[in-house]
Design a binder for this molecule. Structure first.
Ligand SMILES: C[S@@+](CC[C@H](N)C(=O)[O-])C[C@H]1O[C@@H](n2cnc3c(N)ncnc32)[C@H](O)[C@@H]1O
Ligand SMILES: *[C@@H]1O[C@H](CO)[C@@H](O)[C@H](O)[C@H]1NC(C)=O
Ligand SMILES: *[C@@H]1O[C@H](CO)[C@@H](O)[C@H](O)[C@H]1NC(C)=O
Ligand SMILES: *[C@@H]1O[C@H](CO)[C@@H](O)[C@H](O)[C@H]1NC(C)=O
Length: 274
């Protein structure tokens, strides 16, 4: 069964504003894997569960054509508003039924999204639409992000861990306690002889404290709390913001901190001859 979340308009807006783009480094790893077997120019890239298109636009410069696909009209509306290249387009469709020809894509990717799909059906679709020799790249990040600020990083991270603990009861049960397991299962299940699992690549961003909070607020667990108990949700964010600023000895939530995000991902190549 596929799980539909992230579809509300407000959630889409918070999403667009605060989610970080996967880094150039990570996109670079995916392209390098593709390039091992296929010379540029690359043809079609399919970004499944594209949301508001943060990852989709990073693919634009490298492909002849990029199609971002998502079930949520609200997310797609945001994506279309930010589209910055004529060779990027968006389609509303489920990950389990992609409107693409057999053997048409050089890359099928899902960034922080595949854990929401009906995974066996999505993987079968990805296999169908990939060209022989084309690649599947699935990635996600872990929630244990780290904040860095002068000499108080440890104290900040203590507060962040408490923030995440407070949200844990609202985590969607379909994800289980650790969704790396879902990704490992997908990795093990795919019949591609050439595949690579990458445990952790750390990407450091510099963001205002308010954006770190905004990003956590865009997580599905926070959105669930917000629906159940809006007052408690707001109190929690305000409390965490206040504590972080106190430790940092600053007053402005616009103060920049280092934010280290840890991604894990896998790459797999559909066999050349089928
Ligand atoms: C966490 S967001 C990730 C968005 C974007 N890829 C990014 O990296 O920021 C997950 C997205 O998957 C979409 N989604 C969830 N289930 C889906 C499904 N079965 N088919 C297509 N999209 C789906 C949601 O609408 C949401 O936009
Ligand atoms: C669109 O945005 C992406 C990601 O920020 C960037 O890599 C690309 O160069 C931009 N393209 C254009 C045409 O501005
Ligand atoms: C896709 O569009 C982007 C931005 O306009 C451009 O940089 C890129 O070269 C285009 N890709 C191809 C292969 O035409
Ligand atoms: C994968 O990312 C989503 C946020 O997009 C998160 O809810 C999920 O917990 C992540 N995976 C892990 C390691 O928990």
């Amino acid at each position: 069964m596929a799980h539909r979340l992230f579809e509300g308009k407000e959630h889409a807006v918070s999403y667009q504003k605060y989610r970080l783009s996967p880094s150039e480094q990570l996109i670079g790893e995916i392209l390098a894997f593709l390039e091992k077997k296929k010379a540029r120019p690359f043809g079609l890239a399919a970004d499944v569960g594209c949301g508001s298109g943060q990852g989709t636009i990073c693919l634009g410069p490298h492909f002849h054509q990029v199609v971002g696909m998502d079930v949520s009209p609200a997310q797609l509306q945001m994506a279309r508003a930010c589209a910055n290249a004529s060779n990027i387009s968006y389609r509303q469709c489920p990950a389990e039924e992609l409107p693409l020809e057999d053997g048409s894509a050089d890359l099928v990717t899902a960034m922080s999204a595949a854990h929401w799909f009906d995974r066996p059906r999505f993987l079968a679709e990805a296999f169908r639409v990939l060209r022989p020799g084309g690649s599947l790249a699935l990635l996600n990040y872990t929630l244990d992000m780290e904040l860095q600020y002068r000499d108080c990083s440890q104290e900040l991270n203590h507060i962040c861990r408490e923030f995440h603990s407070a949200l844990r009861p609202y985590r969607s049960a379909v994800l289980g306690p650790d969704s790396t397991i879902l990704y490992k299962e997908m990795f093990d299940s795919i019949p591609y002889p050439e595949k690579e699992w990458h445990d952790c690549i750390s990407v450091k961003h510099s963001v205002p404290v308010s954006s770190y909070i905004g990003m956590v607020e865009s997580f599905s667990s926070y959105q669930t709390l917000l629906q159940k108990n809006p007052e408690e949700a707001r109190r929690l964010s305000q409390d965490v913001t206040g504590r972080l600023l106190t430790v940092m000895k600053v007053t402005s939530p616009e103060t920049e901190v280092g934010l280290v995000v840890k991604y894990y991902y896998f790459l797999a190549r559909k066999p050349d001859v089928s």
